[in-house]
Design a binder for this molecule. Structure first.
Ligand code: S3P
Length: 165
């Protein structure tokens, strides 16, 4: 089974994915890191130099290539991955089990406040506008986030609890 983690920036996809893979003795892939490896650029640099459309195209190509692998693995997507091209449909493929790590706006806000300058989609937001931005963005993305096999809420849970669930 290929386990794919979905969720908004800051919900914990990468850390939970790494721990889950270790627990299940599977390889772990983080889609952003795979994009960085292939393009030899950081995500921020890619957004800046080539723009979001280029990034989304690479994201789609590399996701497709990963899902075609024979091996089973745990894969953490980027926050926007299911919302572009036909990516959310790729996750409905046989042999893929997708999990939405669902965090409340309050949890996301607390986590993203300190990190917003490093994130290409958030660096224009000040602390006041960030909550509205996340609210609207989540509203837009909710449809895609809910096309999964299972939803796990992450608020107030430890990494161990979430991985067990
Ligand atoms: C994005 C989330 C980021 C990264 C890119 C775009 C998004 O990944 O893919 O900055 O559209 O939400 P994380 O969710 O791992 O931060």
């Amino acid at each position: 089974m290929k386990i794919v983690l979905v969720g908004y920036m800051g919900c914990g996809k990468s850390i939970i994915g790494a721990f889950l893979a270790e627990k299940l003795q599977l390889s772990f892939y983080d889609l952003d890191r795979e994009i960085e490896k292939e393009t030899q650029n950081s995500i921020s640099e890619l957004f800046q130099s080539k723009g979001e459309i280029y990034f989304r195209k690479k994201e789609n190509e590399i996701l497709k290539a990963l899902l075609e692998k024979e091996e089973d693995f745990v894969l953490s997507l980027g926050g926007g991955t299911p919302c572009y091209y036909n990516n959310h449909e790729l996750l409905l493929k046989e042999g893929v089990f997708s999990i939405y790590l669902k965090a409340s706006v309050e949890t996301l806000l607390t986590r993203l406040k300190q990190e917003r300058t490093q994130r290409p989609l958030l660096h224009n937001q000040d602390e006041v506008s960030l909550k509205d931005f996340i609210n609207k963005h989540l509203f837009d993305r909710n449809f895609y986030y809910h096309q999964v096999s299972k939803i796990v809420t992450v608020d107030d849970k430890s990494v161990v609890q979430i991985v067990d669930e």
